[in-house]
Design a protein around this ligand. Structure first.
Ligand SMILES: *Cc1c(COP(=O)(O)O)cnc(C)c1O
Length: 375
């Protein structure tokens, strides 16, 4: 069994994907081919955002937004502690200071009470200038943007939605990647919408920001790429990846998003009594980048993972180490006690196989093993 079965997807769409790639090979427009423009328009349409700017990967996408917002040394950017390293990394990379915030135990997303307190502290202390919040849509579930946007407005902060795992999720019908002043996603192969290598995109309704981003991603170009008016990056989505994504986006819209939501219900119905299953708040929809359960403690989690492995079932621990315990952030001198929930989650979470091609019989088998092991 695969944790995320990319092969079944490829076999199902082999003809379409192969001919999409073949077309690019014949046209030889490997950079800036028409497939890139078509994809950007479709993604903007799907998320309901005015501009979609594709780029090299999800990390670059976030870095480009930080650059365009001129976030720099002396600025504070608020990020959740329980996430993939890139969310905090991009803040440090551009010279600003990431302020790590504990998360909510139910949703795994940034704790908005603790976020507001952290903003007040930074403002009171006066050494750093609070500039932006980067909420993460962890495991496919959008963060609490009603509350986050209220806080951002109150303290005059920008919001960058890290939708690397969130693409396809929604709140009251509003799509993920449309919630902040800007949003980003990743097309890393195992994300909800993945390509066959690295890729990413930025979403915004802000015309001025879109224009800046299109410049920053191509060496800070002015009139053309040999007229350079600012220091930028070289970060483009190549045409072959865009061609693949055009096929996969159709599958995502037609059935894959619904499929993972059906699988979520199968799992939850069978596991509810034995473990803590993911909580999806009223009005929210997840794209289930991960299906993550919570166990009683670390011993039980590790025991279950070993049992599953014995039976040939892969599972993953996202995340075993919180950001505040990463050596790269030691210089921030963080206080472990402020991250009570993240610390607990790192001990008790376990992500089970989840992808649109998972069979009901496989889900039943996984649930049976879990119930037998710890029920
Ligand atoms: C994957 C991921 C990223 C980075 O995306 P890449 O395309 O791998 O650079 C950023 N944030 C989160 C939460 C992610 O899961």
């Amino acid at each position: 069994m695969e944790f995320r079965d990319l092969k079944s997807q490829y076999i199902k769409y082999k003809n379409d994907i192969d001919s999409a790639i073949q077309k690019v090979l014949i046209n030889t427009n490997f950079i800036d081919g028409e497939e890139v423009k078509i994809l950007e328009e479709r993604l903007a349409n799907y998320t309901g955002v005015k501009h979609c700017i594709s780029c090299g990967n999800g990390t670059d996408a976030m870095t480009l937004v930080m650059m365009a917002w001129d976030i720099k040394k002396g600025d504070a950017v608020f990020v959740p502690d329980f996430t993939f390293f890139a969310t905090g990394e991009i803040v440090s990379l551009i010279g600003a200071t990431p302020i790590l915030v504990d998360v909510d135990r139910n949703t795994f997303n940034i704790n908005t009470d603790k976020l507001e307190k952290a903003i007040q502290e930074i403002t009171k202390y006066g050494k750093l200038k609070a500039r932006a919040i980067v909420p993460v849509d962890l495991f496919g579930l959008p963060a609490d943007y009603n509350e986050i946007n209220r806080i951002a407005k109150k303290y005059n902060l920008l919001v960058l939605e890290d939708g690397a795992q969130g693409f396809g999720g929604s709140i009251d019908g509003r799509m993920a990647c449309s919630f902040g002043d800007a949003a980003t996603t990743s097309f890393f192969p195992s994300k909800p919408l993945g390509c066959y290598g690295d890729g990413g995109a930025i979403f915004t309704n802000d015309d001025n920001l879109a224009e800046l981003l299109n410049s920053y991603k191509v060496h800070g170009k002015g009139e053309n790429k040999y007229d350079n008016i600012r220091i930028g990056l070289n970060s483009r989505l190549d045409t072959i990846q865009a061609a693949i994504l055009n096929v996969k986006l159709t599958a995502f819209i037609n059935h894959e998003l619904e499929d993972v939501n059906r699988i979520y219900k199968w799992y939850t119905k069978k596991l509810n009594d034995a473990v803590e299953t993911p909580l999806i708040p009223e009005g929210y929809k997840s794209s289930f980048a991960q299906y993550t359960i919570k166990l009683k403690n670390r011993e039980q989690r590790d025991f279950l993972q070993a049992k599953l492995k014995e039976e040939g079932i892969p599972s993953m621990i996202y995340y075993a180490k919180p950001m505040h315990k990463q050596e790269a952030f030691f210089s921030l001198k963080l206080n472990d006690e402020e991250f009570e929930t993240t610390n607990e989650l790192c001990d008790i979470v376990l992500s089970l196989p989840m992808h649109p091609y998972l069979k009901e019989s496989d889900v039943n088998n996984i649930c049976k093993i879990i119930s037998k092991s710890i029920g």
